[in-house]
Design a protein around this ligand. Structure first.
Ligand code: PMP
Length: 422
């Protein structure tokens, strides 16, 4: 699964067109703006991707024509909004190939999804001495919730290392998983190094020991095909805003039987069956985990983002991103003062590097003045920074709208850094 080169197009629409980066760029209005008087070279999609007009319009249309609170509304607008919200759920189900729409829980994002699993599933089914396996590649969102659970329950966290290229050490993983392992919680793709984890082997080994698998797909779903049934993961989560959709919405996929056995994460409206002051019974999943008014327009926007992606030639998008990665790697490698972090053979379009003698923040600031937007710092992965003995990196992460010219702008910006610091 992890080695799949292309995004799966789950429902090839009649409108699929050959990939043409210029026409894709024309769909993203923000790419036409300037920054500090320079054209924008946006190389921070790993933090949050830009939005196509189709998503922006869908959200505007929702508020202009079909907005109301959902469920329980007897009037036309509420029924339409409910249909749109549940339609988005069905769209996500098809996108990740879940067995049923009730396996798709809307959350605020990947972070909330992981907290939900840690609190509800972990808090119920894990006890002192049970082991949860993480890796050194994890984003803080897939570390801290387990530490909070450890404080409450006394679970034990085990950490899989990476080699010097940033590749996941499958042999160490296999040695770490044992009879006390109850959960393996790993990132699908590293947000810092771009390393793609060997999902098939990870799941096989975990399941052979009776452990569940949660994949943090915040980056993985953007760069790799995801079929939760083929992967046989127990939980998979991601954020809409990194997938060209709006902020404020994310997804937790969970196998039906697991979700059905989990208690609510938060209490409130919409997640109940019957409330009395003596006793409350809860709605079945996914409503059980969606207390309160959900992000209705964001769900509509996410639906539009998935429809937008389905209009593109998936294989060509993957090839385009791969070309950007190879080109950026080659151009960065040509400079002796640049150190690349993350050169695993299975890698998504994310490059991290440092420049000798220059703090990443200074690199980022000078690049910004040249109109090049990159992220600098620890990228919410401090244990990974410690592993490589650095405080931070400069990270360029590519989206489907980036071009080789954006890479050239990055490389040109580094020349400006050298002129200032050289
Ligand atoms: N996991 C990974 C691998 C990420 O890259 C991110 C976002 N940087 C998250 C989790 C958290 O996502 P969010 O902030 O959207 O909840």
């Amino acid at each position: 699964m992890n080695t799949a080169p292309a995004r799966r197009v789950d429902r090839p629409p009649a409108t699929t067109v050959p990939f043409d980066v210029d026409s894709v760029r024309a769909d993203f209005p923000i790419l036409a703006r300037t920054v500090h008087g320079k054209p924008l070279a946006f190389l921070d999609s790993g933090a949050s991707a830009q939005k196509p007009r189709q998503v922006i319009d869908a959200i505007a249309r929702c508020y202009e024509a079909e907005y109301a609170n959902i469920h329980r509304g007897v009037y036309e607008l509420s029924a339409k909004a409910t249909e749109a919200y549940e339609g988005a759920r069905a769209r996500v189900q098809r996108f990740v190939n879940a067995r049923s729409a009730s396996e798709i829980v809307f959350t605020k994002g990947a972070t909330e999804a992981i907290n939900l699993v840690a609190t509800s599933w972990g808090g119920t089914f894990l006890k002192e001495g049970d082991e949860v396996v993480l890796s050194v590649l994890e984003h803080h969102a897939n570390i801290v919730p387990w530490q909070l659970l450890r404080e409450r329950t006394g679970i034990v966290l085990k950490v899989v290392p990476v080699d010097d290229s940033g590749a996941f050490r499958l042999d160490d993983y296999e040695a770490l998983v044992g009879p006390r392992t109850r959960l393996v919680a790993l990132t699908h793709v590293s947000n810092v190094l771009g390393t793609v984890l060997p999902v098939t082997e990870i799941v096989r080994i975990a399941h052979a020991h009776g452990a569940r698998v949660l994949l943090d797909g915040a980056q993985g779903i953007v760069h790799r095909s995801v079929d939760v049934q083929a992967m046989d993961v127990d939980f998979y989560c991601f954020s809409g805003h990194k997938l060209y959709g709006p902020g404020g919405i994310g997804v937790l996929y969970g196998k039906e039987a697991l979700l059905a056995a989990m208690p609510p994460y938060q209490g409130g409206g919409d997640m109940i069956e019957r409330v009395t002051f003596e006793r409350t019974t809860f709605a079945p999943p996914p409503a059980r985990f969606e207390a309160g008014t959900p992000p209705i327009a964001a769900a509509v926007g996410l639906h539009a983002a998935l429809d937008y992606l389905a209009t593109l030639d998936a294989t060509a998008v993957a090839a385009h991103e791969h070309d950007l990665l190879a080109y950026a790697t080659e151009r960065l490698r040509a400079h002796n003062d640049v150190r690349l972090y993350g050169t695993a053979s299975e890698k998504a379009a994310i490059v991290s590097f440092t420049m000798d003698g220059v703090h990443p923040h200074d690199v980022g600031t000078i690049l910004d003045r040249a109109g090049v937007a990159v992220r600098v710092g620890h990228h919410c992965a401090q244990p990974l920074m410690d592993r490589f003995g650095i405080a931070g990196t400069v990270r360029a992460s590519f989206g489907l709208y980036n071009t080789r010219e954006d890479v050239d702008r990055l490389i040109g910006g580094l020349d400006e850094v050298r002129e200032i610091f050289g």
